[in-house]
Each structure stands twice: as structure tokens, then as C-alpha cells.
Write a protein of this length. Structure first.
Length: 640
């Protein structure tokens, strides 16, 4: 494999567009990739890829016999945001708006199409006053054209789960399979066996999770457990085991980091630990043609704990051949052909085909061939200690060709905040900043979900408090390490990151020379009460906000004291603010109210409200405009 790889590397290098010696352009970093993803068909004869066509992301199908690519879709107003093989001929895909802070598939829905682009059929019901999109649950064996999906309900009075169906992808015909379910709630998740029988239900409602199980279609439902989702005594079912009785679960009981275990629902007992990691939770399984083969994780870098020795050996051989990248696998049913997606901090993605019988590893394409990894900047996982002793994982990027000392720095705060956070991958924002001479610190502050129960739960009711201190402590760590010039630090973030930007400027004005707020929350009361947001009637807003952010009645003073809109008089540094006029996640009033508050105390922020854009800008021209404004703003405030 190593010998063959040498020729691959040469081929790959020849397909990388020659880059200018100067810094990469904004457009080159943010434009749609040539290929975003690739997945091999079950019979190993075709690859489905996401690629741009007419300015939108569509599906291309590559025939491995002749290497010819054919467009299976040609959307002009929406993007294909995900695609999967149902069988060797049929593809299931979702459409929406790609590139926003939330890749919104609700704007288009779920569809199916043959690999040659024929027989396209929408799986969702026609949208009326109530949207009823389908959420894919699982495929079925033996080249089935059917799959299992759950209907969601989205309207101004409800955001939640609906019925479970067996769906025929050829005509959209549905057969209900959740009749007689033992419970109902705003949030419902299901595990369905290979015969299409619903076997496990988790009902999440009013801040509690209730777990049910049945041994078969004719067996009664049995309640296994009930607990508060805000307590530490938690576990969650992931899938059925191969014996069709035991469950794969992730459990935090008696431990801080979630581990994958076997669970016996007949005796209500936890069995052996199958996989665990000292740094992060394990809560995502990899399934291959009816069998669980591993558990994925994201520690300092993405990895897999393989349960299947055969696949572990394939992974090991590919990692030896491609040692500088994280290598993700997609394989045919007979495991004779593998598509390898190689990614890293400096490589947006390269795709390879492994012919297992011959051992040949063939380069197929680069995600962004115009990006030269040799001219990008490496990202390093780091850790620092917050003032209360909590360890904060983070990523540090130091510009190339510098000594790494006394640099202007941008603290880049991720959104969410209760998401998996930043990781070791090619991030165009990071590369843009590093190429302009800025160090970048990305703290995965408390609340970032993958680092265990303590890291997550210690964020409850800590917006603007300990969560903000984690970011401030990261700045102080970078200064103490000699990396950051304390007089040239700026803070930037989107969504929750925009909130943290403004809170940082108000709470610790001595730390920052400037701040960039991109679609950020500014008023916690508005966030909790805006009936025109897309999750106004969600379970989270009804219960989660009260437990995790605060109750607008009992915690009114604290929420007011941690709302940037109420603290405008404390902000002294220059501010750049950018919002989408069509944003329904963080409604534009957050931006306009903050702008007015700053202007009332004599501050005049640089302001950008873009028509037609939502929670982040999708159109490349608007991205270029925003990041161009950011580049100029940083240069004026902390540049050389």
C-alpha cells in the first residue's frame, strides 16, 4: 500500500491548483467545495458525492467502471445537504440551505431518487400551515426500497415529534409502526429492529426522559427507567445488539464520561463496558449492514473504537498509508471496496478508493483542490485550567513563519452553546485569521457537550458567569504563555459566540481591543420569549431554558445583569455586528436592540443587516462581504 500511495500523492499534488505566494483569498476559503462528501454504494459499483452545480450543492454519482460522473439532481434554489444509499440503486437525500449556522433541511425536506437521476419522489407531506418533515431513522436489509422515518411537527404552536412510519421510497407510501406506543412527548426517539418493528422508545417531555422496551411486535411495552434530563444519573439506549435482545447504551452512571455498554432490558442490568475514553463521552455507534461495528469519538482528534477486528485492520493499514490525516471509512457490503475521506487541520478533504483485494489505494479527488495544505496553518489541541479548577480543552492556531510569541490574537467562541464544539479539522475562519497574522484560540468552554457530565452540567445558569470566565481565563493563559500580546486581543463569535463576544466586551473590557458579533444573542429575556423564533414552542424553550439559562420570573435580575443589551454603557471597544434579516433562530431584534443600546451611550458599531440571509450567511457574495469587513476591522484595531 505504501508503494502505491506514492503515486497517489503525486496525482493528488498535480491536481492541487497552484496557489499564489500571498495569503489565500476569502472566496477561495469559503466557496463550495468541489466535493463535500463521498459514500460508496452497497454493491461497491458507484459513489454518491455532493458537488456544486449551478451555484448549489447537488448529487453527483460516479460509476467506478468508467469513472464518469453524472448529476443526479439539479436544484437551483436549494442545496442538497445530505445523501445516503438506501440500496445499490436508490438514494435518500435532504435539501435545505447550506452554509448557514444551522444547515436547515426543513426548508426543502426529504426526497429519494434513483442513481441515474430518475424517479425522484418527495417523502414529506406538502407543506401547509404545519410543516411535517421526516427524520430518517434507519434503512432495512436486503436491498430494500423501504426505510423507517419519524414525522416531525413544526408550526407556530408546536415543535416536536410525530408518528413513526415505514416508508416506501418509490412512492412515499407510509405504513404506521408506532400504533399503541406507551407514551408520547414533545421529544421522542426510537430504536427499530431490522424487521421494521419499533422496539425502544425514549419519550422526553417536561424535563424528564422515560425509556420503554418491548421484546417483539406482540410483546407488551415495559418501562425501563425514568429520570430528570438535568440529573447526573443518566443513560441512553443507542441500538439493538445482534442477539436482538440486549441493547447498546451509553451510560454516565457512576462515571463522568459516557461509556458504551451492553444492557439487558429483561433484567434491567448493565453489562460489560465495550468502549470508553478518558477525555470524552462515547455516544455514537457505527452500524454496517445490520451490525454495530464500532463507536466514534472526538477527543483531541476524531477517532473510532472498532468492535470489528477486520475493520480495525483496514483502518490501521490506511492510517499507516495516510499518517497526517484523520481517515474516515465508507465501505461496500462485501468490504472489498472502501471510500476513504482524509481530513486534517490543513486539508479540507481528499477522497481515495481502496481496492482491498489488490491493496491499491487510488486518489479520486480533493474537496477543495485550490487549497494548498502546505500553505495552511496547523491547529494544536491544548488545555488550560479555569479559575475554579475545571480543565478547558481548546485549540490554538499560531500563524506560519512566526516565532509564536507576542502575537495579535482572536478568541473565537463557538455557538450553541450546548453542542460538541470546535474540533481538529479544516476551518476556513481559522485559516483566514491565521493567514492574516493572527493567533486563534478556540475554547471548548463548559457546556460543550462531549467532555463528560461535569463539563456539561457546570454550565447550567452560567451564561455570562462561569462560562464567560472560561473564555477570559483562556485569554489570560495565552498571555501568560507569551503567545498573545495583551494589548492586541479581539473576541469573535456567532450565535452564542456573538453573545459571549458582547459579554466579554462588557464584563472584562480590559481584555479586548475589539469584538465581532455575528448573529449573536443580546437579550436573554427576548431569547426566552420571542414567539416568532423557530423554536418558540419547543421543549427546550418551555423547560430547558428555565433549568439551563434561567427562569424569566425567578431569575429576572440575573438574566438582566447578564444580557449585553443591558450593559452597553460598559462596552468601550469598537464593535462589528452582522445579522441576517431572515434569521428565525436568533431573531434580528437582538441585533437592532443592541445597536440602539450602544448608540444611546455614544458607541457607533459597524453594522451589517443582510436581507434574505438567516442564522449565518449562505450566499458567497455575502460571506465575502462579511469576512472582508472582519479583515479590515481587525487590521484597524489589532493589526500590525
Amino acid at each position: 500500500m505504501k508503494r502505491l500511495l506514492a503515486s497517489c500523492a503525486i496525482a493528488a499534488a498535480s491536481c492541487v491548483a497552484a496557489a499564489a505566494d500571498d495569503k489565500p483569498s476569502i472566496e477561495s476559503l469559503f466557496k463550495l467545495p468541489q466535493y463535500r462528501s463521498m459514500a460508496i454504494s452497497p454493491d461497491g459499483k458507484h459513489i454518491a458525492a455532493l458537488a456544486p452545480l449551478r451555484g448549489r450543492q447537488n448529487i453527483m454519482v460516479i460509476d467506478l467502471a468508467d469513472r464518469k460522473a453524472v448529476a443526479a439532481t439539479a436544484f437551483e434554489k436549494l442545496d442538497v445537504v445530505s445523501v445516503r444509499w438506501l440500496n445499490s440503486n436508490r438514494l435518500l437525500f435532504s435539501v435545505g440551505r447550506l452554509g448557514t449556522r444551522v444547515d436547515d433541511s426543513l426548508g426543502g425536506g426529504l426526497l429519494a431518487i434513483d442513481r441515474d437521476g430518475k424517479n425522484q419522489h418527495a417523502m414529506d407531506e406538502p407543506a401547509g400551515t404545519v410543516a411535517r418533515p421526516l427524520l430518517f431513522i434507519r434503512s432495512l436489509p436486503d436491498e430494500s426500497y423501504e426505510f423507517i422515518a419519524q414525522q416531525l411537527i413544526v408550526d407556530r404552536q408546536r415543535l416536536g415529534a410525530g408518528a413513526l412510519f415505514r416508508v416506501d421510497s418509490r412512492n412515499g407510501r407510509r405504513t404506521p409502526i408506532s400504533l399503541g406506543q406507551p407514551d408520547s412527548a414533545a421529544g421522542e426517539s426510537w430504536i427499530v429492529d431490522s424487521k421494521g418493528i419499533a422496539r425502544v422508545l425514549v419519550a422526553n417531555g417536561a424535563g424528564r426522559a422515560r425509556i420503554y422496551y418491548r421484546a417483539g411486535e406482540d410483546s407488551p411495552w415495559k418501562k425501563l427507567d425514568e429520570y430528570s434530563v438535568y440529573s447526573g444519573a443518566r443513560w441512553a439506549p443507542l441500538d439493538l445488539a445482534e442477539d436482538n435482545r440486549h441493547l447498546y447504551v451509553t451510560s454516565w452512571q457512576g462515571r463522568d464520561k459516557g461509556a458504551v455498554m451492553l444492557y439487558d432490558p429483561e433484567t434491567n442490568t448493565f453489562g460489560e463496558v465495550l468502549a470508553a475514553h478518558p477525555q470524552v463521552d462515547l455516544s455514537s455507534l457505527i452500524r454496517s449492514y445490520g451490525k454495530v461495528v464500532g463507536a466514534s469519538f472526538d477527543a483531541d482528534k476524531i477517532g473510532v473504537a472498532w468492535f470489528d477486528e477486520d475493520l480495525a485492520k483496514v483502518q490501521e493499514s490506511i492510517d499507516r498509508a495516510l499518517p497526517a490525516t484523520t481517515n474516515l471509512l465508507s465501505w461496500s457490503r462485501d468490504r472489498e471496496r472502501f471510500v476513504v475521506t482524509a481530513i486534517s487541520d490543513v486539508l479540507p478533504g481528499s477522497f481515495y478508493l481502496l481496492e482491498r483485494k489488490s491493496g491499491k489505494l487510488e486518489w479520486l479527488a480533493d474537496s477543495k483542490p485550490w487549497i494548498d495544505p502546505r500553505k495552511m496553518t496547523h491547529v494544536t489541541p491544548v488545555r488550560y485550567t479555569a479559575r475554579d479548577g475545571l480543565e478547558i480543552p481548546a485549540y490554538l492556531t499560531v500563524p506560519r513563519d512566526t516565532a509564536g510569541k507576542n502575537l495579535p490574537m482572536v478568541v473565537m467562541v463557538h455557538g450553541g452553546p450546548w453542542v460538541s464544539g470546535d474540533t481538529w479539522y479544516f476551518n476556513p475562519e481559522v485559516q483566514l485569521l491565521a493567514s492574516r497574522g493572527y493567533a486563534v484560540l478556540q475554547p471548548n468552554f463548559r457546556g460543550t457537550t462531549r467532555y463528560g457530565w461535569k463539563h456539561f452540567s457546570s454550565s447550567f445558569k452560567q451564561w455570562g458567569l462561569a462560562m464567560q470566565d472560561d473564555i477570559s481565563d483562556g485569554v489570560k493563559w495565552a498571555v501568560d504563555q507569551g503567545i498573545a500580546d495583551p494589548k492586541r486581543v479581539c473576541i469573535y463569535g456567532a450565535s452564542y459566540g456573538g453573545y459571549a463576544t458582547l459579554m466579554g466586551l462588557a464584563k472584562t473590557p480590559e481584555l479586548y481591543k475589539c469584538g465581532i458579533d455575528y448573529v449573536g444573542v443580546t437579550d436573554l429575556k427576548l431569547f426566552a420569549t420571542a414567539t416568532w423564533s423557530d423554536f418558540a414552542y419547543s421543549e427546550f424553550l418551555s423547560f430547558g431554558v428555565k433549568e439551563m439559562i434561567g427562569n424569566i420570573e425567578g431569575d429576572e435580575e440575573r438574566l438582566r445583569n447578564t444580557s449585553p443589551v443591558e450593559m452597553a454603557s460598559r462596552i468601550r471597544a469598537p464593535v462589528l455586528m452582522a445579522y441576517g434579516a431572515a434569521d428565525v433562530r436568533v431573531v434580528p431584534e437582538h441585533g437592532t436592540r443592541m445597536k440602539a443600546a450602544l448608540e444611546s451611550v455614544g458607541q457607533h458599531p459597524q453594522w451589517m443587516m443582510v436581507d434574505g440571509e438567516g442564522h449565518g450567511f449562505r450566499e458567497l457574495s455575502n460571506q465575502v462581504m462579511f469576512y472582508g469587513a472582519m479583515e479590515k476591522f481587525l487590521d484597524e484595531n489589532i493589526g500590525h
